[in-house]
Design a protein around this ligand. Structure first.
Ligand code: NAP
Length: 320
């Protein structure tokens, strides 16, 4: 052949990244206090959103008992707590503006679930997305310099098994064109929480900031206040007479707080970032999300492309 030239065969270089799933000595029944046995958090300043009830209260209590300076951020502050309504950007910005000095951990715990009808925040955002994700994004991004000052700060996103049920809908996140579905709205917001942990892991590692997400499991709290009795029965959480049931798979609030506390403060998690942990305090497998998924973290919740896109979306949303 006239155009034949000598050529070299390059040996193919194949890079195989082996990701080892992280396991811990804890299980589903471990309490938050047990996670922190022997851990001294003196000097560490930690913010827990929604820390006045349920899982957040037990998270704040265990961190404080281990010596941390805990700031509980809540809508209706009592003594020792600070006001912040996550669905109101002005309120989040006021909280950020009032903060000085380092933050060693933020536990993004506040949340609402399955509002029966579509409700919106003052700026028009669908309320579950506003509270569970966009408000937390504003808080965490607003405190970036304070996280950096800590040198080894941790962000903890309290997500849910619901993240298995819906990807983030970039076309219509606020249900302006598609029919509102209370469970899809909740699921989407909880997927966004995991994607935020992935986004922080991808962006802020050089600042020493790590971020992980979790499913706390099933725990009787105020979160279920929007569920009717039929839904509670279908979940196995109520009998025919209206009495609450606590099947063995349910956890107490003290157990429910264990994974948040582990990710916020256990030395076992030093340097770990961008991961998702199950209610039994082990890292989850990545699985296809969908109606049949029963455990693990959905591939759409840890997709780095979606994480980057969501970051851009959230930045843009908050500029409007
Ligand atoms: N319990 C479960 O089975 C379960 C399962 C999976 C995931 N989770 C997640 O766990 C987290 C904690 O929930 P929980 O079960 O402990 O429920 P909870 O007792 O209702 O606690 C949620 C907290 O969030 C606060 N909050 C709600 N809207 C807020 C807003 N706009 N601004 C500031 N704070 C707000 C609530 O304050 P108010 O008292 O003022 O409403 C409350 O303190 C949530 O993110 C939830 O999605 C829970």
């Amino acid at each position: 052949m006239s155009d034949s030239k000598p050529f070299h065969v390059q040996p193919a270089v194949v890079t195989v990244t082996v990701v080892t799933r992280i396991s811990t000595p804890f299980d589903a029944k471990t309490t938050a206090a047990e996670i922190l046995a022997g851990v001294d958090l003196t000097g560490r300043r930690i913010i827990v959103t929604g820390g006045a009830s349920g899982i957040g209260l037990e998270t704040a209590r265990a961190l404080r008992d281990a010596g941390a300076e805990v700031t509980v951020a809540t809508r209706n502050p009592a003594a020792g707590q600070r006001a912040m309504d996550l669905s109101d950007l002005r309120s989040v910005r006021a909280f950020v503006a009032g903060w000085t000095g380092p933050v060693h951990a933020i536990v993004a715990n506040a949340g609402i679930m399955a509002l029966p009808t579509r409700e919106v925040a003052a700026n028009g955002w669908e309320l579950q997305l506003a509270t569970n994700f966009l408000g937390h994004f504003a808080l965490i991004a607003g405190l970036r310099d304070n996280l950096r000052q800590a040198g080894d700060a941790r962000v903890v996103m309290v997500s849910s098994g619901a993240q298995l049920r819906s990807p983030f809908d970039f076309d219509d996140p606020h249900f302006e064109r598609r029919p509102y579905d209370r469970w899809v709205a909740y699921a989407q917001s909880k997927t966004a929480d995991v994607l935020l942990a992935v986004g922080i892991a991808r962006r802020w590692a050089a600042d020493g900031v790590t971020a992980n997400a979790l499913d706390p499991g099933s725990i009787h709290t105020n979160l279920q206040r929007h569920l009717d009795d039929a839904t509670m029965r279908a979940m196995g959480a109520m009998d025919d007479e209206g009495n609450l049931l606590t099947p063995d798979r349910f956890k107490t609030p003290e157990q429910g707080a264990s994974t948040s506390v582990m990710l916020a403060a256990s030395p076992l998690l030093d340097g770990v970032t961008g991961r998702f942990f199950r209610p039994d305090n082990q890292e989850a497998d990545v699985v296809p999300g969908g109606p049949d998924a029963t455990g693990g973290v959905a591939a759409w919740s840890v997709d780095p492309v979606a994480a980057d896109r969501l970051w851009d979306y959230a930045l843009e949303a908050e500029r409007e």
